[in-house]
Every structure is written in structure tokens, then in C-alpha cells.
Design a binder for this molecule. Structure first.
Ligand code: HEM
Length: 422
């Protein structure tokens, strides 16, 4: 490899600049070109084949919590004693055998069969949310629809009472900020400590209630496994219920808004979907590829070695850019073209390998139902702004708001019929 030329090469920080937030794909392209020209692009991985290879590489570990929190220093970490154990218990940050044990337990709740069962619930929630705005003719669709829909769905699956969802969402966000920021601050850690303490208090009561009167929800299933089979500790229940709220919410919210935005910015594709609703499933896949809600994940090397043509030392992190892999021209012809009928669209929006997203089937169902309902209920949908502002993070991608208007229909409560989920 050639010596790197720091002034010319892109850096991960470029992704947070106004241009980078607007179009991270141009930055990924610069990384790709620099690598192809023989430059050392460090721990950044942008090629599809390399991202896929590394996600399945057992020499890399997903256990990254201690390393992520290390910059906080011992004193702050000691003042926030719940933070590390709570994060460490999360399935996404564990390796086998603990990962396999926890994942198997959660997986039963997210099977395709189960997801088909919740499809009716998704339809009901989507209909209610659209009933509330359909007659207005304009809204911030991110706030009014993309934000509440996934939280209500995952909350119902977990058995969290609807009235408590807002509290729950703010606890869950700590995980996103702390682990996702890449540079956790003392303030974030202290806030997470307070929230995790509240969450435990809340869950102690909810777990006790479910124990006495189990329901048909995931939390009851987790408690059953903890009590009967000793397959899950109570701490792991706390950690993973909170994680599911995060995993099932932020990501899916962004998926819905990114999808609407991509269609509105490509009116020919929107029109094509309107005319041929059988394209809804492939449109959903193209949305996930084109504007992936999770742009980046990371792994740490457990041994020194060569990884994706780089020398990496044990303990070092590799940044795997899913969003870049999904725009790799060597894998997807015309990767920057948004084509709702694209075939051979095996994107990595849900990652790959042992940590492949457990909620993928659920997320896909939500997106297909949402597209169908939005097309039906909000005729003439269009953006009311030229540019949207993007969330200022490297790993998640979604707009901060989505101001739109449409031709208001007279109140048509309950009129959304679904043509999906067959
Ligand atoms: C569009 C929506 C979603 C996207 C793009 C997405 C993306 C991802 C990605 C990329 C990973 C792998 C992270 C890594 O390997 O480091 C992941 C893992 C995971 N996701 Fe999702 N996700 C979405 C929705 C959901 C939903 C709705 C749920 C559940 C309610 C969920 C639950 C999980 C869980 C439990 C894991 C950890 C799996 C493991 O570590 O074995 N996700 N997701």
C-alpha cells in the first residue's frame, strides 16, 4: 500500500460535514477511489465483498462496549456503575456462546410466522396514525407517522403499556447515543446511568406483574426462560428489552422516512409504484439499499492478522460501512440509481452473518404496509422543502423532519386497505 496522503484522503469526519451529511455516498466513493489507487484508508471498510467477509469473520468480535466506554476514564465509569453492565448484556454486543444463547431466545419472537401475526396490528396502528392527519393535507410525516409507528409496534410486541412508551424511548436512546457516538461524553454517561436506574425500577415492577400474570408477549417469554430454564438473567432481560426498543425503533423510523423521501425525490419511481403495487416488496428492498438506516457498524480484532487486505492488531476496531457496501458499483450496477424494480438486490442493510438483524422480517413488513397505506391515504404527496436536514450521526441515517403536503381527503377512517403481507 502507498503511504497515506492525509491532506488528500477523505476522513470519517468528512461524513459529519454539511456535504457529508447530505451525501455520504460521495465520501464513500472517495474512500473507494483512494483505496483502488493503492492508498491506505485505515480502518474504514467500504467494499461490499470486504464488508460481507468481515461480518462473517470469527476473528472479529462484536464485544465492543468496554472499548467504546474506555475514553470516559475510570472515575466517570465508576460513577456510572450501571452503564457498562447494561450495555454488555445486549445481544448485539456479545460473541458466542452467550450471543447464541440470547439470540435463540429472542429469535422465536421474530420469526416470519410471528411477523405475519403482527401484520394486522401494524395495519391497525398505521391506519390510526393516518386517520389523525389525512384530513389536514400537510404534516411533518417523520413526527406524525415514521416516529410513532415502529415504537407502537415493538412496544406492543414487548408488552410495554402504551402510556409508558415515551419514557421507554428516552431510555432506549441512551444506547444509541453512547455506543453510536463513537466518542461518549461524561454527560452522556451520567444521563445513561440515571435512565438505566429508572428503567430497572420500572422493569422490576413490570416483570413482577408479568410473572404473576404472563401474557402473549416477548417480555413474558423472556421471564419464562429466565425462571424455568435459567437461560437468561434478569440483568439480560433489562438490557435486551431496552435494546429491542432502540433496535426496533430508531432504525425503522429512519427506514420509513428515508423510503418516503427517496420516492418523493424520484417521481418517476413513485408513479411506477402507484401504477403497479406488486412492486412494493422490491421497492422496499431498494429503499433499504439506497438509503440504509444503519450506515455503519464496527468490530474488533481478537488477534493480530490481515483483514480485508489490512494489517490489524488485536483490539483494533474496523469500521464496516454498510451504506457504502450497498452503493458498491462492483456489486450493484448503477448503484446511485434508485430503481424500485432492481433485481439481485442482496443488500447488507440488515448486516450479514451471526448478527444479522433479528427484526428484518418485521421491518420489511412495516415498510411494505406503510408504503401501501401512504400511497392510498395521501394522494398527491409531495415535499414542501427543497432540502431536508439529516441527523448528525455517522452510523444512523434519517432526516430530522419530513414536511409534506397532499390532497386532503374527507375523513376516511379505517379505509386503508392493504395489498401486502400475502
Ligand atoms: C429498518 C430497520 C432496521 C435496520 C436497518 C436494522 C439493522 C440492523 C443491523 C445492521 C444489525 C446488525 C448490527 C451489527 O451486526 O453490528 C441489526 C441487529 C439487530 N436488530 Fe435490527 N434493524 C432494523 C430493525 C429492527 C427491528 C424492528 C428490530 C426488533 C424489534 C431489530 C432487532 C435487532 C436485533 C435484536 C439485533 C441484534 C442481532 C444479534 O446481535 O444477533 N432490528 N439490525
Amino acid at each position: 500500500m502507498k503511504e497515506s496522503a492525509p491532506d488528500l484522503l477523505p476522513s470519517v469526519r468528512d461524513l459529519l460535514s454539511p456535504d457529508g451529511l447530505r451525501d455520504p455516498y460521495a465520501v464513500y466513493s472517495r474512500f473507494r477511489n483512494a483505496e483502488a489507487a493503492g492508498h491506505d484508508i485505515g480502518q474504514v471498510v467500504v467494499r461490499y465483498d470486504q464488508v460481507v467477509g468481515l461480518l462473517g469473520d470469527r476473528r472479529l468480535s462484536a464485544e465492543r462496549v468496554a472499548a467504546v466506554l474506555e475514553p470516559l476514564g475510570t472515575e466517570v465509569r465508576e460513577r456510572c456503575p450501571l452503564v457498562e453492565p447494561t450495555l454488555r448484556g445486549i445481544v448485539a454486543f456479545r460473541d458466542a456462546p452467550d450471543h447464541t444463547r440470547i439470540r435463540a431466545l429472542l429469535a422465536s419472537a421474530f420469526s416470519t410466522r410471528m411477523v405475519k401475526r403482527v401484520a394486522d396490528m401494524i395495519e391497525g396502528i398505521s391506519t390510526r396514525l393516518l386517520d389523525a392527519v389525512a384530513a389536514d393535507g400537510e404534516a411533518d410525516l417523520h413526527r406524525a407517522y415514521s416516529y410513532p409507528l415502529p415504537a407502537l409496534v415493538v412496544g406492543a410486541m414487548l408488552g410495554v403499556p402504551q402510556a409508558d412508551l415515551d419514557r421507554f424511548k428516552s431510555w432506549a436512546l441512551d444506547i444509541v447515543f453512547l455506543v453510536g457516538s463513537g466518542s461518549p461524553t461524561e454527560q452522556l454517561a451520567v444521563s445513561a446511568q440515571e435512565h438505566f436506574a429508572e428503567m430497572r425500577e420500572y422493569f422490576r415492577a413490570l416483570v413482577a406483574a408479568r410473572r404473576g400474570d404472563p401474557g402473549d408477549d416477548l417480555l413474558s417469554a423472556m421471564i419464562g426462560a429466565a425462571d424455568r430454564e435459567r437461560r437468561l438473567s434478569e440483568d439480560e432481560i433489562f438490557s435486551n428489552v431496552t435494546f429491542l426498543m432502540t433496535a426496533g425503533h430508531e432504525t425503522a423510523t429512519n427506514m420509513l422516512s428515508n423510503g418516503v423521501l427517496a420516492l418523493l425525490r424520484h417521481p418517476d419511481q413513485l408513479e411506477r409504484l402507484r401504477r403497479d403495487r406488486s412492486l412494493v416488496a422490491s421497492a422496499a428492498e431498494e429503499i433499504l439499499r439506497f438509503e440504509s438506516p444503519v450506515q455503519m457498524t464496527s468490530r474488533r480484532a481478537v488477534e493480530d492478522g490481515e483483514f480485508a487486505a489490512r494489517r490489524v492488531k488485536a483490539g483494533d476496531a474496523l469500521q464496516l460501512f454498510l451504506g457504502a457496501a450497498n452503493r458498491d458499483p462492483d456489486r450493484f450496477p448503477g448503484p446511485d440509481r434508485f430503481d424500485i424494480a432492481r433485481t439481485d438486490n442482496r443488500h447488507v442493510a440488515f448486516a450479514f452473518g451471526p448478527h444479522f438483524c433479528l427484526g428484518a422480517a418485521l421491518a420489511r413488513e412495516e415498510l411494505r404496509i406503510a408504503l401501501d397505506h401512504l400511497l392510498e391515504r395521501l394522494p398527491g404527496l409531495e415535499l414542501t422543502v427543497e432540502e431536508v436536514a439529516w441527523q448528525p450521526t455517522i452510523d444512523f441515517r434519517g432526516p430530522l423532519s419530513l414536511p409534506v403536503r397532499w390532497r386532503p381527503a374527507a375523513a376516511r377512517a379505517g379505509s386503508a386497505r392493504s395489498k401486502v403481507g400475502k
